[in-house]
Design a protein around this ligand. Structure first.
Ligand SMILES: [Fe+2]
Ligand SMILES: [Fe+2]
Length: 281
């Protein structure tokens, strides 16, 4: 296939993204600056891919490896922008990813599936870039309107990731990442999906996400259904009992059973992640 034909679809997407960057209607969005740097970063990556294709086979292997590394650091940099905006949840996406990968590993996922799960985990809350700072960093309970704005981060996640021309094997990530707040009984958000309609990887992220939220320090109180608890990290025992109690309501029981069958390893991982990363949750 001629090289130009190979890239025509990608170039079209980048041209559309470039147009969106210049669109006056988006200028006032809190997302605009991040969106511009995201598009620029991806354009640079695209140029690198073109370079890889133009060199000899011998050089390709090393360059593709470098490209994968560049993509991973690009994704981690995006995550860092969220950490910088909201210091009390710093490290959250990295920890959620580690918990999700642990579950995937115990379920016998292939290397390709683990790769998808890793990026869905790292990028699941990237939509928080679109939440106004006054809401994101509020120290206290949300008003109903603020809660709505906060919940919009899930749809922002889908929108932001959909703009990126992801490698073919990662194309399901926008949906998987955006559905991490869906619940098995259909009362979650943003789409109110139910049971098997929720992507399976999103169900893994849901368990990992809540486990990390419960067992990390927060700047607003934790809730157990309607009951207000505290901002302190919850004990492992209590977190496990919430996962158990909310099976089939919030969580996929298959995923919860993997966690419950490996409680000790989960506790060890929690300890490791909280001593080797900035404290927070
Ligand atoms: Fe989230
Ligand atoms: Fe999260």
């Amino acid at each position: 296939m001629p090289k130009d034909a190979m890239f025509s679809e990608e170039e079209q997407v980048l041209r559309q993204a470039g147009k969106a960057v210049g669109d006056e209607r988006y200028k006032d969005s809190p997302l605009h600056a991040e969106f511009v740097s995201l598009v620029n970063g991806y354009q640079r990556l695209f140029k690198q891919v073109r370079r890889v294709i133009s060199v000899s086979d011998k050089q390709q292997h090393g360059l593709i490896f470098e490209l994968e590394q560049a993509f991973e650091s690009f994704a981690r940099t995006l995550v860092t922008t969220i950490d910088a905006k909201h210091r009390l949840t710093a490290g959250h996406s990295e920890r959620v990813t580690e918990y999700a990968l642990f579950i995937g590993d115990k379920m016998g996922f292939s290397d390709e599936q683990m790769e998808v799960l890793k990026y869905a985990g790292l990028l699941h809350d990237i939509g928080k870039i679109g939440v106004p700072d006054a809401v994101l960093t509020k120290n206290g309970a949300f008003s109903p309107d603020e809660r709505l704005k906060m919940n919009e981060h899930a749809t922002w996640t889908w929108q932001i990731l959909s703009v990126i021309r992801l490698p073919r094997n990662l194309r399901e990530i926008p949906k998987m990442a955006a559905c991490h707040h869906e619940k098995m009984d259909g009362t979650g958000y943003p789409y109110g999906l139910k049971g098997d309609d929720i992507p399976f990887f999103s169900r893994i992220l849901a368990v990992s996400d809540v486990f990390d939220a419960l067992t990390s320090r927060r700047d607003y109180p934790k809730y157990d259904r309607e009951k207000i608890l505290s901002t302190d990290p919850m004990s492992m025992e209590m977190a496990f009992s919430i996962l158990t109690k909310d099976q089939n309501i919030h969580f996929d029981p298959t995923v919860v059973s993997v966690v419950l069958n490996h409680r000790t390893e989960f506790e060890t991982m929690w300890q490791y992640l909280h001593t080797n990363q900035a404290a927070g949750g």
